[in-house]
Each structure stands twice: as C-alpha cells, then as structure tokens.
Design a protein around this ligand. Sequence first.
Ligand code: AR6
Length: 173
Amino acid sequence: MNPRITLIQGDITQIKADAIVNAANSSLLGGGGVDGAIHRAGGKKILEECIQIRDRQGKCKTGEAVVTTAGDLPATYVIHTVGPVWNDDEVKGKKLLANCYRNSLQLADSLQIKTIVFPNISTGIYKFPKELAAAIAVHEVQNFESEHIEEVIFVCFDEENNEIYKKQLKLNK
Ligand code: AR6
C-alpha cells in the first residue's frame, strides 16, 4: 500500500508516533538542529544506544539509517539517518537524500511501524536547497510500497519549508 501523507508545522520532539526520523551526522553522537533537539528532549538513553551502534558497526554512512528507542520522547523509536551536505555534486546529493528517505522507510517497515515522521533532512545546517529536498522527499514517500506503514507525517519547523511542502503536496488549492 501507499501510506497516507500528512503535513504539519512544529517540533518533531513533541510528536507521538511509532517513529520519528533524526537528521543526524555520521558520528551518531548528536549535534545541532533537529539532532540536538531530539537528543536534548530524549535524554541520554538515545545517545547510549547510538554509541552501542557505533561500537558494533562504526559510523553511519550518508544515506543510511539506524534505529534506537526514543528515550523520554513520546515516540517509540528514533530512526537516525545521515543526509548529504549540499555541494557541487548535485546528482550524488539527490541520490543520497533519496536514500535517506527510502532506507528510513524500509527500516520502519521492517519494524512493522505504522506511523513515521520526517523532518526536512539536510535543509538546515547541511544547506540542501529546500524546494529540491521537498520534491525528493515527497517522491520517495509517494513511491514507497509499504507493508505496514499507514501514515507518513512531514513535519516542517520553519514556515518556508511548510509552504514548499504545501505546494509540493498540492494542498494549496
Ligand atoms: N523539529 C523539527 N524540525 C526541526 C527541528 C525540530 N525540533 N529543529 C530543526 N528542524 P538540521 P541537516 C529542522 O540543521 O541540515 C546537526 O548538527 C530545520 O529547520 O537539523 O540535515 C546534525 O548533527 C531544518 O528544516 O539538519 C548534522 O551535523 C531541518 O530540521 C547536521 O546538523 C534539518 O535541519 C545535519 O544537518
């Protein structure tokens, strides 16, 4: 089935869902932006599990995804994925951002998750163009054949991304 898509503006750490996605970096040890917010609100359990993953499999490569529980957050799981830093290699950047969405969805589906929430991966500190990132995100979700995921929520923190997603999802009638 194709999951239903919902758009909301707000803070991902407040959302009760089976999984929220973190725009992490390859160290998995936290950072700024949404990553910092998730680790701050979720408490040290998330970082401890990230460290265990690092010990087991090393750094998380760009485009890949790993999962931890969600500590003190209302969600059940946090799926950590590493978006690409925007640079001159547009073709590679687009592919890697698409991989983030696909690999996160696949991981969620394998955990039999019903609801998953995505932030606007790479569009903050990693400077990926917002319009292009939204087009990739929506395309990957709309083309994902899920077994278990019933709803995908895009959460936009900033007004600009929210307007871009509205257009992208053709909600601006
Ligand atoms: N809830 C939802 N979205 C948020 C929140 C929040 N609480 N806070 C920020 N955003 P960014 P990146 C939005 O910079 O570009 C970190 O240091 C934000 O407005 O968090 O993938 C990592 O450790 C933007 O639209 O992630 C990496 O080093 C989106 O989340 C690096 O930043 C992504 O912005 C990753 O950079």
